[in-house]
Design a protein around this ligand. Structure first.
Ligand SMILES: NC(=O)c1ccc[n+]([C@@H]2O[C@H](COP(=O)([O-])OP(=O)(O)OC[C@H]3O[C@@H](n4cnc5c(N)ncnc54)[C@H](OP(=O)(O)O)[C@@H]3O)[C@@H](O)[C@H]2O)c1
Length: 242
């Protein structure tokens, strides 16, 4: 029974990753606001054969990250994978309008929380088997995205962190990232219009946007393949080609 901790597990990509990893494994799922969805997910995953522990934490607070790992350490002494998936665009804003508070909100959510959670998870991962970390970045790291530049920069820092951590934590812990394109999840319900979603789908060589399972399967691949390390896997249907 492998032990996986997934942040942002209550909805979208994180919830689907939990489903893809459920069978026969022990899942440590972190949610923030979506308590009911997380509780329903736990029930569904248990039916699929997983042992599930739920934790509530607003990961933008250092104390909450520390409390989370205090609680996790009460129920396990090791982890086999950390999936750093919590994140979001927060708010679209043009560069001329940048406000300091928004910069803090976006970097606290996508960047600093991930750094802190990773740091706290290392002692548990050191005791894991085929241990690895998978970070969720974004197509905007390479592609850019007007009004999403702050978000892109916050994910760009995670992309760089992935390579640094890969060198620093080898050979015990592998570190990779998965970089989603446009994926139809609650992420876009908050910050994108139906029209934008349609335009992105039409601009994609596959003429559609992705679904959470496309990303969850790539995360599972990174966890299971013990020679994939320091990699950033693009899953975007060809919307951006390197
Ligand atoms: N969808 C896309 O097109 C796309 C593209 C590129 C990258 N991504 C990235 O993929 C990841 C998953 O996003 P998604 O598309 O699945 O969107 P989503 O459904 O909105 O999921 C975001 C998750 O992050 C959690 N979260 C938000 N704020 C948090 C906080 N302060 N503390 C702890 N958890 C927090 C949410 O938990 P609660 O709901 O419980 O608050 C939720 O589970 C994100 O990192 C996102 O940036 C998505």
């Amino acid at each position: 029974m492998a032990k996986y901790l997934i942040t942002g597990a209550s909805t979208g990509i994180g919830a689907e990753t939990s489903r893809v990893l459920a069978a026969g494994n022990e899942l440590f799922l972190v949610y923030n606001r979506s308590k009911e969805k997380a509780e329903q997910l736990k029930i569904d995953l248990e039916v699929m054969g997983a042992k599930v522990h739920l934790f509530q934490a607003d990961l933008t607070s250092e104390e909450a990250c520390i409390r989370l790992f205090d609680e996790v350490c009460l129920v396990t002494t090791s982890l086999d994978a950390l999936i750093n998936n919590a994140g979001g665009l927060v708010q679209r804003q043009s560069i001329e309008e940048f406000e300091w508070d928004l910069m803090l909100d976006i970097f606290n959510l996508n960047t600093f929380s991930l750094f802190k959670v990773t740091s706290l998870a290392i002692p548990l991962l050191m005791k894991g088997s085929n241990a690895s970390i998978v970070n969720t970045t974004s197509i905007v790291v390479r592609h850019g995205g007007p009004t999403a530049t702050l978000y892109a920069a916050s994910k760009g820092a995670v992309d760089t962190f992935t390579r640094g951590a890969c060198r620093e934590l080898a050979p015990t812990i592998r570190v990779n990232s998965v970089s989603p394109g446009v994926i139809d999840t609650p992420f876009h319900h908050k910050v994108s219009t139906q029209e934008q979603m349609k335009t992105w789908a039409e601009g994609n060589p596959l003429k559609r946007n992705g679904v959470s399972k496309n990303i969850a399967d790539a995360i599972k691949f990174c966890i299971e393949n013990d020679f994939v390390n320091g990699e950033s896997i693009d899953v975007n249907g060809g919307l951006y080609i390197r």
